[in-house]
Design a protein around this ligand. Structure first.
Ligand SMILES: [Zn+2]
Ligand SMILES: [Zn+2]
Length: 105
């Protein structure tokens, strides 16, 4: 019996990444009032009291997408009045981030 092994041609398995890109789509109707940057579903803010216009509170460090909770921290329930822009670093009132769509007449 021969010890020679038949060398089979290896066919690398194709790994298809099926993850959808939907998560990264810009959030509808939300943009920075100062630079018009649109956050996406994967954008993250941190509950951190540092260089913020907010009155002092005991920030908890939670990282989340602030537009999924309208500015309320899921960690300590602090209602953020201001939201910083991840692009221009400026603070704006959270409510100012929501575009006012003109009512259809
Ligand atoms: Zn901005
Ligand atoms: Zn918090």
């Amino acid at each position: 019996m021969s010890l020679q092994l038949l060398k089979e041609r290896e066919v690398p398995e194709q790994i298809v990444d099926e993850r959808s890109e939907d998560e990264d789509e810009a959030l509808q109707g939300i943009r920075c009032p100062r630079c018009s940057w649109r956050p996406s579903a994967s954008s993250r803010w941190t509950c951190l009291w540092l260089d913020t216009p907010e009155p002092y509170f005991d920030a908890c460090g939670t990282v989340w997408n602030t537009f999924t909770t309208r500015g309320r921290c899921p960690g300590c329930s602090h209602q953020w009045v201001y939201t910083s822009c991840l692009r221009c670093d400026q603070w704006s009132l959270h409510n100012d981030w929501y575009e006012r769509t003109p009512r259809p007449q």
